[in-house]
Write a protein of this length. Structure first.
Length: 131
């Protein structure tokens, strides 16, 4: 199951961000997971010519209590970054699954480093497969 939220945030050292947070429920016993395969298809966009922004995909590490970056694509001049991204997490895979709930938290965001800070993030597809 997937729980989705759209967040309007302003991270440090940026002018703004548009963020989507996905919590994907994993039913397999987390201690038996050796590989998490994350697939995300989507794009970020900025409305201003000359603007620089990042399209990012991060996953929450429940062991360290911090976001881990999976991809960071940079774009300028109002263009879109269309991304199909796949990552296989094979080191400490259970750290990315919350004990008890089985949630895997993934954040997709478009982050602006300049003015205007008119950006958006759009997700077409997301999946997490465990092995």
């Amino acid at each position: 199951s997937v729980n989705w939220r759209n967040l309007d945030t302003t991270p440090p050292l940026s002018y703004g961000a548009d963020t989507e947070l996905f919590q994907i429920k994993i039913y397999q016993d987390r201690t038996s997971v050796t590989n998490l395969s994350v697939v995300w298809i989507g794009h970020g966009i900025t409305g201003g010519s000359g603007s620089t922004y990042h399209t990012r995909l991060d996953i929450w590490n429940y062991q360290t209590g911090a976001w881990v970056n999976l991809v960071d694509r940079i774009s300028t001049n109002g263009s879109q970054v269309m991304t199909r991204y796949q990552s296989n997490i094979t080191t400490n895979a259970p750290y990315y699954i919350q004990s008890g709930s089985g949630n895997v938290s993934i954040m997709a965001s478009a982050v602006s480093n300049s003015i205007p800070a008119d950006m958006g993030i759009f997700t077409d597809f997301i999946s997490v497969t465990v092995h």
